[in-house]
Design a protein around this ligand. Structure first.
Ligand code: AMP
Length: 417
């Protein structure tokens, strides 16, 4: 029997209901903050990721689903979506004006990852990006949106770590100091880190392997090498976060796995997730639009793992949101037709109602209703039709009462189910 491909899964039932709830909260929250949705394709030319995420990053180097299509184009299934959003924004000339542009997306991403808890090869992200504002006020505004969204989702046990990775111009001096440090300690690092030391030493700081983290003890700190403008940016952002009462801690090892970050980099961890499981990450990427062939437009954004959000909201809130629909059970031919007419009327009035369309005994219909988790069964037989009523049975409490058919909508809308 065929199974879902390793690392992918089918979404249904409670998990999907949490996804849908999170998505609807997100759409409302983004609209209030002036962010417009954008839906870009899953497939992009591979260059979009090579030129943005970076050829030496694990994401591009090891984890990308890429292939040559039937027309000979080298394409990749997006491993993240900032690059795709930037590609689209350039293509559709969003940057022809200097007006700030706020965009968000929700969708699946693909990474050929090693299998471990809460890591999938197809996973979902929600992301928000603001383009066109280089000032730290944009960082703070975008983080305000993020924390407002997390608050609306009911998440509280969160910690924000921030760092500044400076401007690219300030990197050479830092790299030099880092390389001098690694010259003395290279043998203590894993094979991947030894490659990173040569290709992109910043990445070593991000390695999750405990022995590498231990070997990093006493490493040069990037914030000591910041250019003046980056230092001022970072100080102002911290001042704004304090004023907005968004608690944060500084983490000088936080550099993130993608090449395009400049200045602010941040992560949010949830204490409900394991130590290695960040809920989200993001930062500033002032050179990215230009790198992908657009004008010199600064940007700032983040991406949250929707899979992890859904898991957390389920752990925090328990049952998925939404009423359980009531089941309308007609008894006999005449009632079958009447029930269809009533169900259509009630749905038009906004009620959730499901119809038993099999001609089965009441006992069997009630068994199905119980098994499928309905809490309300509405029974319609000849005598109910004659009297203009409907029999309502609360399957949890075992209570039964008769209500007038023309009062059914009011009854359903006031019922707690
Ligand atoms: P990144 O794009 O790597 O910064 O990831 C941002 C967020 O997406 C992470 O903090 C996770 O919540 C989520 N994420 C990244 N990779 C995966 C994955 N393979 N499976 C599930 N969630 C992921």
């Amino acid at each position: 029997m065929a199974q879902a491909v390793k690392g992918t899964r089918d979404l249904f039932g409670a998990e999907l209901r949490w996804f849908q709830w999170i998505e609807s909260v997100t759409h409302r929250c983004m609209a209030r903050h002036g962010y417009e949705e954008i839906r870009t394709p899953i497939l992009e030319e591979i260059e979009v990721f090579k030129r943005s995420v970076g050829e030496s990053s694990d994401i591009v180097n090891k984890e990308m689903y890429d292939f040559i299509d039937k027309g000979g184009r080298h394409v990749a299934m997006r491993p993240e979506n900032t690059a795709g959003v930037v590609r689209a924004a350039i293509q559709h000339r969003f940057f022809d004006t200097s007006d700030p542009r706020r965009l968000y997306y929700i969708g699946p991403m693909f990474r050929y990852e090693r299998m471990q808890a809460w890591r999938y090869r197809q996973f979902w992200q929600i992301g928000a990006e603001i383009f066109g504002v280089a000032a730290p006020e944009a960082d703070a505004e975008n983080l305000t949106l993020l924390f407002e969204l997390l608050r609306e989702l009911g998440l509280s046990k969160l910690s924000l770590s921030i760092n500044s990775v400076g401007a690219p111009e300030s990197r050479p001096a830092f790299y030099q100091a880092l390389r001098a440090f690694f010259d003395k300690s290279e043998s203590q690092f894993c094979g991947d880190c030894r490659r990173r030391i040569l290709e992109n030493p910043l990445r070593v700081l991000d390695c999750k392997i405990p022995s590498c983290q231990a070997a990093l003890e006493g490493h040069p700190v990037i914030t000591d090498f910041l250019d003046e403008a980056s230092r001022a940016h970072h100080a102002r952002l911290k001042e704004l976060l304090n004023a907005l009462e968004i608690p944060f801690e500084e983490n000088p090892r936080l550099v993130r796995g993608l090449d395009y970050y400049t200045r602010t980099a941040f992560e949010v961890l949830s204490s409900d997730l394991g130590a290695q499981s960040a809920l989200l990450g993001g930062g500033r990427y002032d050179g990215l639009v230009k790198q992908l062939g657009g004008p010199d437009v600064p940007g700032f954004g983040w991406a949250i793992g929707l899979d992890r959000l859904a898991m957390l909201t389920q752990a925090i809130h328990g049952l998925p949101p939404g009423k359980k629909p009531a089941l309308l059970i007609p008894m006999g031919q005449r009632a079958a037709l009447k029930a269809m007419v009533l169900a259509r009327e009630w749905r038009k009035a906004g009620m959730d109602i499901q119809l038993e369309t099999r001609s089965i005994t009441l006992k069997k219909a009630l068994q199905t209703a119980n098994r499928r988790g309905f809490q309300l069964a509405m029974i319609l037989g000849d005598s109910e039709i004659d009297q203009g009523i409907i029999t309502v049975k609360d399957l949890n409490k075992g209570l039964q009462e008769a209500i007038p058919q023309d009062g059914a909508v009011a009854y359903l809308s006031s019922s707690q189910y």
